[in-house]
Design a protein around this ligand. Structure first.
Ligand code: ADP
Length: 541
């Protein structure tokens, strides 16, 4: 998870989803990955400025793996990126800066929201009903060359603003430099804002972001966690950093895999003498998150309790267990029947699978990842070897007279080598022999889908190819099953075709790639993402 939410990985994962569903994923600022996309960044900004001369953007440069505002700076022009030296050793994300954030008391603030990823398969997501709002300590002004460097005006990080003389510790959740998010919502509501819409936009941002992260997570998960182990094997509390724009649209800034759970802050009693004092705002939000997480991830707790002696503490805890029925109406029902209704209700609200129907159509890359995992072969690997890729092509019947196995190998080598040369995977060798990572497989898959279903929008091309592959693999599994039982049966008679208008007989498949110009066509494929002239792969192979 820590790897997945690094700035570069998160940007890549969201970008893949933006390629498929640009409207659904417009909650993430336009971003470029440095250094490899620097030429693309320059070219795109130039193009946008030419088409709209009134556009005066600001960009924020964030080093990969950084946190607490470390190494972040604002620029007005791509030429201001500090490319020298350090960038080569430390990749970064450069992002469009959101110039018109919502202000409260003339100050910029962001929201830290806690999200529990309770299970990956099946996907279960909970969101805490309250979060923290972290305030800047200088009144906000839109960025100009003069104020670009004023971190207390532009960066909301607590760890930075705590050092400002203006930082206000408060023992009240409604004031000061750190407040509860609910106190902000109350204020917005009293001004007539539609806070229900704000919440539903935030819920959908969280679900969509996790949908972008799950494919890669599943690859790591299957390599690390033994299959078939009963019960929940792991969970994660994530910290989502969200910025509300002036028009109340939430924008994702970043996801933290290791959010701070401190409920105290340091107070300087006299110069150099510090003391930890309780922070009521942190306590209000974080204790509930931890308590509810433990309840949710420990389904056996109740059984154990039954065998324990009934001390008063146990009695009250067992009553709390009644709340474990789950968030779908459970807490309210139980607390209203319980004479000790003073127990606080669950703060974690289940949002997935509750809203699965609305979001499942977005889970295309998850299905591509399932294909990838099927062909990984050796347990514990996260990369697909050339043989695994060939088997995938063969079993899914993607090769034909126009797309020979030699072209398959070229496709594999070309894409794998380029991804491995990007160097974001610090653990493995840079040669293509290290194998094809999931993102490289996804790119190859999109490429095949574009060739096969030319006229459709990308997400339909990809969905069609997934259906096609899943159909052929199901048929193969069934055939193997029948053979295993000693039943000799013609496969064509046993499996019916999905009625999605796809070609189903291999003989009718459209040519995937031209045999003689496979490498050239692959370059075309990549251009769905990068204009040929500024392709990040250019000159790297
Ligand atoms: P870090 O992990 O170092 O905290 P973030 O991505 O959270 O990095 O950025 C730090 C701060 O910079 C955020 O809390 C926010 O105040 C500000 N920020 C980050 N990205 C943007 C953006 N695209 N537009 C406006 N402000 C941003």
């Amino acid at each position: 998870m820590t790897e997945m939410v690094r700035k570069v990985m998160l940007s890549r994962a969201v970008r893949t989803m933006q390629d498929l569903f640009p409207v659904e994923y417009n909650f993430y600022p336009r971003s470029w990955i440095l250094p490899e996309e620097f030429p693309l960044f320059v070219a795109e900004v130039r193009m946008m400025k030419e088409s709209d001369p009134s556009w005066k953007p600001t960009f924020i440069v964030k080093p990969d793996g950084g946190c607490q505002g470390d190494g972040i700076y604002l620029i007005k022009d791509p030429s201001d990126v500090r490319l020298a030296g350090s960038l080569q050793s430390r990749p970064a994300v450069v992002q469009e800066y959101i110039c018109k954030p919502l202000l409260v008391d003339k100050l910029k603030f962001d929201i830290r929201l806690y999200v529990l990823l309770k299970s990956l398969e099946p996907l279960e997501i909970y969101i805490a009903k309250d979060g923290l709002s972290r305030f800047c300590t200088e009144p906000y002004q839109e960025p100009t060359l003069k104020n670009l460097h004023q971190v207390f005006m532009h960066l909301t990080n607590y760890s930075l603003n705590i050092h400002s003389g203006n930082f206000i510790h408060s023992d009240n959740v409604n004031t000061g430099s750190k407040r509860t998010f609910s106190s902000i919502l109350c204020r917005l509501s009293s001004r007539g804002a539609d806070v229900k819409k704000v919440w539903s936009d935030i819920i959908s941002l969280v679900i969509k972001t996790i949908i972008a992260l799950t494919p890669e997570l599943k690859v790591y998960y299957q390599s690390d966690i033994p299959a078939g182990k009963p019960g929940p094997t792991c969970f994660q509390i994530l910290g989502f950093d969200i910025l509300l724009m002036k028009n109340l649209k939430p924008m994702l800034l970043e996801v933290n895999a290791n959010p701070s759970m401190r409920i105290e802050h340091e107070q300087e009693l006299s110069p150099g003498v510090f003391e930890n004092v309780p922070s009521p705002v942190d306590e209000e939000v974080k204790v509930a998150v931890i308590r509810d997480t433990l309840r949710l991830v420990d389904p056996h707790k109740k059984k154990r309790k039954d065998t324990q002696s009934q001390t008063s503490e146990h009695v009250s805890e067992t009553r709390e267990d009644l709340l474990d029925a789950g968030p779908a109406g459970g807490p309210e029902y139980e607390t209203s029947k319980n004479p000790e209704a003073a127990l606080p209700s669950l703060c974690l609200k289940q949002v997935f699978p509750k809203y699965a129907k609305q979001f499942n159509y977005l889970r295309l890359v998850d299905r591509v990842a399932a294909l990838f995992i099927r062909f990984l072969g050796v347990k514990g690997t996260t990369k697909l070897g050339p043989t695994g890729f060939r088997t995938f092509i063969r079993n899914c019947k993607l090769s034909n007279s126009n797309f020979s196995m030699a072209s398959v190998d070229i496709l594999y080598i070309d894409i794998t080598r380029r991804w491995n040369s990007m160097g974001f995977d610090h653990k493995e060798s840079v040669t293509f022999l290290a194998g094809m990572c999931l993102q490289a497989f996804v790119e190859a898959f999109f490429c095949l889908a574009q060739k096969k279903y030319k006229s459709l929008p990308l997400h339909e091309q990809v969905a069609s190819l997934i259906d096609f592959c899943e159909y052929h693999l199901a048929a193969l599994d069934e055939k193997r099953l029948l053979c295993g039982r000693g039943v000799v049966e013609r496969r064509g008679a046993a499996v019916t075709c999905p009625t999605d208008g796809l070609e189903v007989t291999p003989a009718l498949h459209a040519p995937l790639l031209n045999r003689t110009a496979a490498a050239g066509k692959l370059a075309d494929c990549r251009s769905h993402r990068y204009p040929a002239a500024v392709s990040p792969g250019a000159g790297r192979d």
